[in-house]
Design a protein around this ligand. Structure first.
Ligand code: GLU
Length: 427
């Protein structure tokens, strides 16, 4: 039986994040011995929420904004996932990101389903006060969807711990008491967790180190990295990799990148970027474009920006032999096939960037218990969860003889399916 959703997607000629997510899902699910109606069930987002809301700009005019929140699955627990502020946000992107959160949480054995939210806005074009009004109004529109037991947002591209504080405050003022556990990635002063800000980037490098270790490549100084994206994830990945002795030869942000084949001084670059808000002009580095960065000669490529960056048109030109997906969905299914044929090892997003949601899980647990852990404990638990997720992926890859992306999704889908069939269908 072909469901309405499958038919709609199959007739679509548009190539977007959601068609990628569904193609990956179909591929992974085909290896599992599951009833076809169960496979169809998990393809659907459980709920989709669209809100259009007014915000007063600093000049007194009113502007309308559009936001989304999609709950893909609540089978394994409350839905979990970030909120993105970007002009690229649309319902299909949010659907894809929500589905990937379901598989990410399931693979890492976190007791969560998957969700994602987004507002169509370029946060760089709004003042601090305007961002506060956008965030509070969006949060108030989402109040019926949010709850520490049902849906817990977090930061994603374009959002910050301060914005999570405004969401926590808006929710708390509405219900009449403080609810820190309704959102993660908050500042420490209101129930945030040690280590959360750096968790995704650190987890990406832990996943990379695990892959290199298994290949017998332990001499960090001899390994060069190119990182696309210098937001929270890319910059913290660069920082942690540098502290472990790796050579970061190129980084980029939306405006383009910089390259030095002998390695960039990352601590100095972080200070420079903080001060100037751009990479260009950093001493002893050549200016390159984002497309050039992807095909530089290097050992490890870390896409840490948007979806669909590695495609059929550039996959053949990539020179790295290890790709670690810090971004969600940076590689299209066609590019996956090309890279796999070429023997390039790819650590997929739902494993590589799961450090963020892992520490979000620790934050939620700490808030619910009102009992807080130190940074050492957070980092120890983060490493344990990353290595456990890596092991589960490798075991599945060996069992089914598939690349790591398909393996990670097979393991995740199997877990969600087991829970779904054990719970049964209501009513
Ligand atoms: N936005 C992050 C992600 O894509 C973190 C989500 C969370 O912590 O809930 O995994």
């Amino acid at each position: 039986m072909t469901s309405a959703l499958t038919a709609e997607l199959e007739s679509s000629t548009i190539n977007n994040a959601y068609t990628t997510a569904i193609a990956q899902y179909n591929r992974a699910a085909s290896f599992l011995d599951l009833p076809s109606d169960i496979i169809d069930y998990m393809r659907y987002p459980r709920r989709e929420f669209t809100v259009n809301f007014p915000v007063r700009r600093d000049d007194g005019t009113i502007e309308m904004f559009t936001g989304y929140r999609v709950h893909h699955s609540t089978i394994l627990g409350p839905s979990k996932g970030g909120i993105r502020y970007s002009t690229h946000v649309d319902v299909n992107e949010v659907r894809a990101l929500a589905m990937w959160m379901t598989w990410k949480c399931a693979l890492m054995r976190l007791p969560f389903g998957g969700a994602k939210g987004g507002v169509v806005v370029d946060p760089r074009h709004l003042s601090y006060n305007e961002l506060e009004r956008v965030t509070r109004r969006y949060a108030s529109e989402l109040v019926p969807m949010l709850n520490p037991q049902s849906d817990i947002p977090a930061p994603d591209m374009g959002t910050t711990p301060q914005m999570m504080a405004w969401i926590m405050d808006t929710y708390s003022m509405t219900v009449g008491y403080s609810v820190p556990a309704v959102v993660t990635g908050k500042p420490l002063s209101i129930g945030g967790s040690e280590g959360r800000v750096v968790a995704t980037g650190r987890g990406v490098i832990l996943a990379m180190m695990e892959a290199l270790k298994r290949q017998g490549r332990t001499d960090a100084e001899s390994i060069s990295l190119a990182i696309q994206g210098f937001g929270n994830v890319g910059s913290n990945a660069a920082h942690y990799a540098h502290s472990q002795g790796f050579q970061i030869i190129a980084v980029s942000d939306v405006d383009g990148g910089i390259y030095n084949p002998n390695g960039l001084d990352i601590p100095a670059l972080l200070t420079y970027y903080d001060k100037n808000g751009r990479l260009g002009g950093f001493p002893e580095a050549e200016i390159i474009s984002n497309t050039e960065l992807l095909v530089l000669p290097c050992d490890v490529l870390i896409p840490a920006a948007l979806e669909s960056q590695i495609t059929a048109s550039n996959a053949d030109d990539i020179q790295a032999d290890l790709i670690v997906e810090a971004a969600n969905g940076p590689t299209t299914p066609e590019a996956d096939d090309i890279l796999n044929d070429r023997g390039v090892l790819l650590i997929p997003d739902i494993l590589a960037n799961a450090g963020g949601v892992a520490v979000s899980y620790f934050e939620w647990v700490q808030d619910l218990q009102s009992f807080f852990w130190d940074e050492e404990e957070i980092f120890r638990q983060l490493e344990r969860i990353m290595v456990r997720g890596y092991d589960a992926t490798i075991r599945t890859a060996e069992k089914y003889n598939v690349p790591l992306r398909t393996a990670a999704q097979i393991a995740a889908i199997q877990r969600v399916a087991d829970a779904l069939m054990t719970r049964g269908i209501y009513p």
